[in-house]
Design a protein around this ligand. Structure first.
Ligand code: XMP
Length: 518
């Protein structure tokens, strides 16, 4: 894809590097994050950035093999902004001095005041005399490089903001990308402005570029797209269909673990509304049969994952001559897989995906969302005219209701779960809370409890309601429903869903809990 104005973020491994990209994308600037090892002289030539940002990172410039950019980056003649470790790297490379932190790592909120004079980077800063910033570093700069001046200081950070204005090099000791630096976005806005970005990264432009790129990649060949009913694969399918029309066929594997009416909704939307050729593989019997008697969560996930691949493959073979497989891979998936810190080392849950499928089937990948964050995918979906009710849907996991049904899965339990979930979501929508919540669902518990209804004793299942707020699903807080809401919802579920006589609310955050129950 040819974005003329590209900003390069060199990742030195900070936990918050992705937030830099978020802030820039909000400013309609196209940027990419690349781990420092990949940023070679040749890469810089090829990428040809209009500006560069060095992220923070956990390392020390004194460490053996300390992460460094190639020296040629300083000869590109483009503005550079170094953040935290990125500042130390700049000083180290350009002739300043960095000192080891002797157990005096500074961490947390600090206040920076101006020094020397104003520069374009600081327009809109210090209007109230000082700015709150977020510091997080061990080593610190003890002598700035020749050509640099100090433009902001804090009690513990004499070189909080430094710049060599003539060369357009800027280096700050704090993290302007995090929430705790409330005016940080202004700093990025000033930086991209002085670098000459026009803010032309819009969804309309992305859509046109993406369509051109898909046409170029695919030519007159056929593409298969696995549709899950989720936002990502749906947006990918509609986008690809705009690009190549009926060369695309979607395969929707219905594993019998979907929510109430979900399969019909997906089929009618894509087949009837969008006229996209769609194979509806109703394989509920196969999946539920294979899951019989299994109660271990990992075995459930693996069983579903493996069957999914088999079934998908079987139906994909019905499409003659397909050469491409479309996937709704997002940018965070891409960066995580190349992150120099290597990503999480422990498998907490094996995620259900179609990994390995392209190789197995000898298909090439089409991944038109690879450059987008989740909210950008939603914006693209709006651009493509997908209904708002669909775009704003809560995430739904690949293994579906299987992981909301701890213990053995039975058809009865699934039916009860579907009904209870539908009542719960209806309640949330009626109270206008749906969009405030990241994800909400019911889990049916593998216990029966005693109750009393009318004159009779009941012995039915208990269920748990789950609702969380989250930014990215990595961490989450339980949603603070009012007691009235919870009471009303429990009453409705027990009255309207035969088979449940007790309702609990799950108030576990993540960590230590996960969002799903399995
Ligand atoms: P957990 O339960 O791990 O979930 O806190 C975090 C987010 O990921 C979703 N999730 C999945 N999504 N395949 C998916 O596509 C999976 O196997 C899977 N497991 C969990 C979960 O719904 C939540 O949004």
């Amino acid at each position: 894809m040819t974005h003329h104005d590209r900003l390069l973020i060199v990742d030195f491994g900070s936990q918050v590097t992705q937030l830099i990209a978020r802030r820039l994308r909000e400013l309609k600037v196209y940027c990419e994050i690349h781990p420092f090892q990949n940023v070679t002289d040749a890469f810089l030539q090829e990428f040809s950035p209009k500006a560069v940002i060095f992220s923070g990172g956990p390392s020390s410039v004194f460490a053996d093999g300390a992460p460094m950019p190639p020296e040629s980056v300083f000869d590109l003649g483009v503005p550079i902004l170094g953040i935290c470790y990125g500042q130390q790297v700049m000083m180290h490379c350009l002739g300043g001095k960095v000192e080891r932190g002797h157990g005096t790592a500074e961490f947390g909120r600090a206040y920076v005041v101006p020094k020397t004079g104003t520069i374009a980077l600081l327009n809109g800063w210090f209007d109230d005399g000082r700015e709150q910033v977020w510091m997080s570093h061990g080593d610190h700069v003890s002598e700035i490089a020749p050509g640099f001046e100090v433009y902001g200081t804090s009690p513990n950070a004499p070189f909080a903001i430094t710049a060599d204005v003539a060369r357009n090099f800027y280096a700050v000791q704090f993290h302007p990308e995090v929430h705790h630096t409330p005016n940080g976005k202004t700093l990025y806005e000033n930086f991209v402005k002085l670098a000459g970005f026009s803010g032309d990264w819009t969804m309309g432009a992305y859509r046109d570029d993406a369509i051109a790129k898909i046409r170029e990649q695919v030519g007159d060949k056929k593409v298969i797209c696995g549709l899950s009913g989720g936002v990502d694969s749906s947006v990918a399918a509609v986008l690809i269909h705009e690009a190549i029309g009926d060369q695309l066929t979607c395969v929707f594997v219905d594993h019998g673990l979907l929510r109430l009416n979900e399969a019909q909704e997906v089929v009618s939307m894509f087949r009837d509304h969008y006229n996209i050729p769609l194979i509806h593989a109703d394989e509920a019997e196969l999946f539920l049969g294979a899951l019989e008697g299994i109660s271990d969560p990992e075995t459930k996930r693996k069983t579903i994952g493996k069957l999914f691949i088999d079934v998908f493959q079987k139906h994909a073979h019905e499409i003659d001559g397909a050469e491409f497989l479309a996937q709704g891979t997002l940018y965070p998936d891409v960066i995580e897989s190349v992150s120099f810190s290597g990503g999480p080392s422990v498998t907490i849950k094996s995620h259900h995906n179609v990994g390995g499928l392209p190789e197995k089937m000898g298909l090439k990948l089409v991944e038109p969302l690879r450059e987008l964050f989740k909210d950008e995918v939603r914006a693209l979906g709006r651009e493509l005219g997908l209904p708002e009710s669909f775009i704003a849907r809560h995430p739904f996991p690949g293994p579906g209701l299987a992981i909301r049904c701890p213990g053995e899965i039975t058809r009865d339990k699934l039916e009860i779960l579907r009904k209870a979930d539908a009542v719960y979501i209806d309640q949330i929508r009626k109270h206008g809370l749906y969009d405030e919540i990241w994800q909400a669902f019911v889990a049916i518990l593998p216990v029966r409890t005693v109750g009393v209804m009318g004159d009779g004793r009941t012995y039915d299942y208990a269920c748990a309601l789950r609702a969380v707020t989250s930014v990215d699903g990595m961490t989450a807080d339980y949603y603070p429903f009012s007691h009235e809401f919870l009471g009303e919802t429990a009453t409705r579920i027990i009255n309207e869903v035969q088979g449940i006589n007790r309702v609990t609310y799950d108030i576990t955050s993540k960590p230590p809990g996960t969002i799903e129950w399995e």
